[in-house]
Design a protein around this ligand. Structure first.
Ligand code: AMP
Length: 594
């Protein structure tokens, strides 16, 4: 291993081992992120053999956080963000308070100081951006209402942490730690000693506000202008570069100039860009880098972990884990239900927040640096983070499994159907009625009454046209679609639809595949389409399957899985062009559709 190229060594070892262990994990049907964490432990200082540079790994992981938050911003408008503030703000604050109290309680039992309890509790209360966003993305939830609530909630937590990181050094003396004049808190503003607390809070909030104003006034004009300018140069390379430069530049500037976190800065850069028609392309261009760097995030977390601490700290680690996974989830669940949201929303939000990550490490480091938190506290936080990240995919399985049971219970205790979810519920009885209504809105989708019908999956550029033709031909059909906006259009068009990801078993079953005569896959992702073909063949060997593809390899893939006909988009475009130019259909090239 070359010793003079630590950055290359860290990237190569990190990505290489993450790939090997990620693939192994996948082979054993464990989420790949467990493999990435294991790779991190192996290149970390706590296991023998090669040791990667932890500082570098951390910075690389930060790039992953920036690109992820940028990507989320691209799917968000200011309106979306404001639309969830009524639940996200109180939700996050109450949950932070509850988790901090639990953490402080554990700290008290371990005989630590009050200051230690506060830092420890706060560290347990913030969820990891990377873990949450990846979980939402994997389940295609980002653009649903639940996804928006979870992201809004995350942003409030992020803001709270910006405040906590600034306030802790100022308060360290009062809390029984070491008063410090200038603590380097990851690019956040440092404060002269003896500043009064309200002054500090005021300055911090003013800086955040200044950042938002600058983005809305200046960024909103300049960023779309740059994108359009670059798009007109026709250079794909320059376009990619501009997207990256804007995402990273705004995030870094936000952190350096305004004391806002990198993640929050990136989110705003994305949100501003989402108003441009080019945002779709911007998202595509940043995707590959985003995935690579978010893998390095897990590797860098694994590097911090000392597997032997599990032995010496067994019980306190279990207690810490219980606070993160059970305590926080319960708090979030109750809050969301009390606010009148469906049960499935409450479960999804609690599961996605039942973990901790990067912010907790930063807080723990700061706490130890200020002599507020004992070293044992940092070890507990690290172990809690690793274990909760590993358990997170399981949490989603548990909620899938719990949902029918809770719904059945709610149905038994609920008053008749006219109970509607209203503002904040105040009595326990009201909560039950909210759950009951939730079940009608959000249980497994009811099964269609159609038989001998066609199932059309996706109602975008392709599916929308197919649907119109089926309607005109008066053939019975229904659509499975997972984008909220498109579902609204389906409703307006009077077309029967099932909401959700067609790759999900429950959703697919609601379309009655056993009784269907045709399955039409009009979605662009051939991997997802392949899964659906397999599922359809299992339910109904005789169903005729027509699928959409964009390359010869995809055609092969889908046919191999049992599609009868695969239409390759690019070939059809060529046929259309030839027909336009020659005035007749091309005879030479047979379409791949057999
Ligand atoms: P287009 O590429 O414009 O034809 O759009 C594809 C449409 O399919 C979009 O409206 C997506 O929301 C929808 N879509 C993509 N994947 C799925 C899926 N797995 N389940 C349901 N709808 C999907």
């Amino acid at each position: 291993m070359p010793h003079d190229t630590p950055l290359i060594a860290t990237i190569v070892a990190g990505l290489g081992l993450a790939f090997v262990f990620g693939a192994l994990a996948n082979r054993f049907r464990i989420p790949p992120l467990v493999g990435y964490l294991v790779a991190g432990v192996l290149v970390g200082p706590n296991t023998p053999g090669f040791v990667a540079d932890a500082g570098l790994a951390n910075e690389l992981a930060e790039i992953g956080v920036i690109l992820l938050m940028f990507g989320v911003g691209l799917h968000f408008s200011l309106k979306d963000l404001l639309s969830v503030r009524a639940i996200a703000v109180p939700g996050a604050i109450v949950q932070i308070g509850f988790a901090t109290a639990l953490g402080a309680g554990l700290s008290w039992m371990l005989g630590w100081s009050m200051g230690a309890g506060l830092v420890f509790g706060l560290a347990l209360s913030v969820a990891s951006t990377v873990v949450l966003l990846r979980a939402l993305q994997e389940r295609r939830l980002i653009e649903t209402e639940r996804g928006r609530i979870a992201v809004g909630w995350l942003i409030v937590e992020d803001l709270a942490m910006v405040l906590a990181l600034v306030l802790l050094p100022a308060l360290a003396g009062v809390l029984g730690g070491q008063e410090q004049a200038d603590v380097h808190s990851s690019g956040l503003l440092s404060l002269p000693a003896g500043y009064d607390i309200w002054g500090v809070v005021g300055i911090t909030l003013a800086k955040v506000a200044a950042f938002v104003v600058v983005m809305l006034m200046v960024g909103r004009r300049v960023i779309p202008w740059i994108l359009h300018y670059v798009a007109h140069t026709g250079s794909r390379e320059l376009f990619r570069l501009s997207v990256l430069a804007i995402a990273l530049g705004v995030a870094f500037g936000a952190a350096k100039l305004f004391g806002v976190s990198l993640a929050l800065g990136a989110f705003f850069a994305g949100m501003i860009m989402s108003e441009s028609e080019l945002s779709h392309r911007a998202a595509e261009e940043s995707l590959p880098l985003r995935d690579a760097f978010s893998v390095l995030f897990f590797v860098s977390v694994g590097m911090l972990f000392d597997p032997f601490s599990l032995l010496s700290n067994g019980l306190p680690i279990l207690a810490t884990l219980a606070i993160i996974v059970i305590g926080k989830s319960l708090a979030a669940f109750v809050i969301v239900v009390v606010f009148g949201y469906p049960l499935a929303t409450a479960l999804m939000i609690s599961a996605s927040l039942a973990q901790i990550g990067e912010f907790s490490f930063i807080l723990a480091e700061l706490g130890v640096g200020l002599k507020l938190l004992p070293e044992q506290g940092r070890d507990l936080i690290l172990a809690g983070a690793i274990l909760s990240i590993v358990l997170n995919p399981l949490m989603f399985l548990v909620i899938d499994w719990m949902k029918p049971w809770l719904e059945a219970r709610a149905a038994r205790t609920a008053p008749p159907a006219d109970a509607k979810p209203v503002g904040p519920a105040t009595e326990p009885g009201q909560v039950a009625s909210v759950v009951a209504t939730a079940q009608q809105e959000d249980g497994p989708p009811p099964k269609t009454a159609l038989t001998g019908h066609a199932i059309l999956i996706g109602y975008g550029r392709v599916g929308g046209l197919v649907g119109a033709a089926l309607k005109e031909a008066e053939l019975p059909f229904l659509v499975i679609e997972d984008a909220d906006k498109t579902l609204a259009k389906l409703k307006a068009d009077g077309v029967e639809s099932v909401a959700g990801n067609a790759a999900n078993a429950e959703v697919f079953a609601a379309a009655n595949p056993e009784g269907a005569s045709r399955l039409i896959l009009a979605i662009p992702n051939a991997f997802e389409a392949g899964q659906i073909v397999l599922r359809a063949r299992a339910a109904n060997p005789g169903v005729n399957v027509v699928a959409r593809a964009h390359s010869d390899a995809e055609v092969e893939h889908l046919k191999g899985l049992g599609a009868d006909t695969v239409i390759m988009g690019e070939r059809e475009i060529a046929r259309g062009i030839v027909e336009e130019v020659l005035g007749h259909k091309p005879s030479a090239t047979e379409p791949s559709a057999a």
